[in-house]
Ligand binder design. Structure first.
Ligand SMILES: Nc1nc2c(ncn2[C@@H]2O[C@H](COP(=O)(O)OP(=O)(O)O)[C@@H](O)[C@H]2O)c(=O)[nH]1
Ligand SMILES: [Mg+2]
Length: 325
């Protein structure tokens, strides 16, 4: 398809064109990459923005169920909702976290919703770039809300929080009084903690878990981007669809406050800078992995081992070779 027509159709909100655009940005082929860059340049000129909501949580807490219920509520209000996934484990498992589209059966039939399962990826750097570009395409296509789901493994929360305006941590009710082993670093990223499954037999456990986390959040260092009362914990039930409207109200009031107080722009600007630096890093690492670079590394390494070159002089040679190459 012509880039002109693809870009026009995406701007008109055509979901099939959007899907093609995302396939293009996901492609590893050099000619596709050039087209993808051209497409993104055209589309981002429009300056459209969505509310980007990151959502993280270990498998089984109810992310997919929540996204479906929450997404249905939003489309019910006339909003257009896109769902993307960051799944660093998909290469190993061969699956994808949104592969369970079955759990989002209702949402996937909505004309105002767009659901994109995560592709198999080789490394998190690539995942981040593709997700970032997919978000940009969804924004150009006029989506109001982009939900970015990830499983809580390793670095993926950092990636998603650096791609989001709001970052949600979804938890399940805990049995005991322990804080479910949520790492402090993850807690510090959260704008809201949603304790899901606050229904039936689990309701009182959910209330207790929520109180525990409210207490834990109050102990964290105050962040400039938070109004009074944030970050906050609340209970929801994705299945019974309780608490979703309240959660949405809180998200809106937080993002409104951040916009009015300049934090929204600052956050996006800081994120852009972060991704720029990450791209430089990963591009340099990629250069280090080429056969030429490896053999140069070996050649210089043996000269270092025999004492012909000092480690720092050899490192300088190596770095100039990388930058030149
Ligand atoms: N009781 C209850 N169960 C839920 C709720 N949300 C999800 N579940 C169940 O928890 C299990 C895992 O849900 P899923 O959405 O696949 O979790 P994910 O792995 O985080 O995407 C499923 O059996 C859901 O039916 C909820 O609000 N209440
Ligand atoms: Mg899921």
């Amino acid at each position: 398809m012509e880039l002109d027509s693809l870009s026009d159709r995406i701007l008109n909100g055509d979901r099939r064109a959007l899907a093609r655009g995302i396939t293009l940005v996901e492609s590893g082929r050099a000619d596709h990459r050039a087209q993808a860059t051209e497409l993104l340049t055209r589309l981002t000129k429009e300056g459209r923005q969505a509310l980007r909501i990151g959502l993280s949580g270990t498998p089984g807490v109810g992310k997919s169920t929540f996204i479906e219920s929450f997404g249905m509520m939003l489309t019910g209000q006339g909003l257009r909702v896109a769902v993307l996934a960051v799944d660093p484990s998909s290469t190993r498992s061969g699956g994808s976290i949104l592969g369970d589209k079955t759990r989002m059966e209702r949402l996937s039939r909505e004309k105002n919703a767009f659901i994109r399962p995560s592709p198999s990826q080789s490394h998190l750097g690539g995942v981040a770039r593709r997700t970032r570009e997919a978000i940009a395409l969804c924004e150009a296509a006029g989506f109001d809300v982009v939900l970015i789901e990830t499983v809580g493994v390793g670095q993926s929360e950092t990636v998603v929080s650096e791609l989001s305006d709001l970052f949600m941590l979804l938890l399940a009710p805990a049995g005991g009084d322990e804080l479910q082993g949520v790492k402090r670093g993850i807690m510090e990223m959260a704008d809201m903690i949603l304790v899901n499954k606050a229904d039936g037999d689990l309701k009182s456990a959910a209330t207790r878990t929520c109180a525990d986390y409210s207490g834990a959040l109050r102990l964290l260092r105050k962040r400039p981007q938070d109004p009074e009362g944030f970050p906050k914990a609340m209970t929801v039930s994705a299945v019974e669809e309780h608490g979703l409207a309240q959660a949405w109200e809180e998200m809106q009031s937080l993002s409104k406050w951040r916009r009015e107080n300049g934090h929204w722009e600052v956050n996006r600007a800081t994120q852009a800078q972060y991704w720029f630096e990450q791209e430089v890093r990963s591009a340099l690492l990629a250069r280090l992995a080429t056969p030429q670079a490896r053999s140069e590394m070996e050649r210089l390494g043996s000269q270092v081992s025999t004492g012909q070159l000092s480690p720092s002089v050899a490192a300088e040679h190596m770095l100039s070779a990388l930058v030149a190459g």
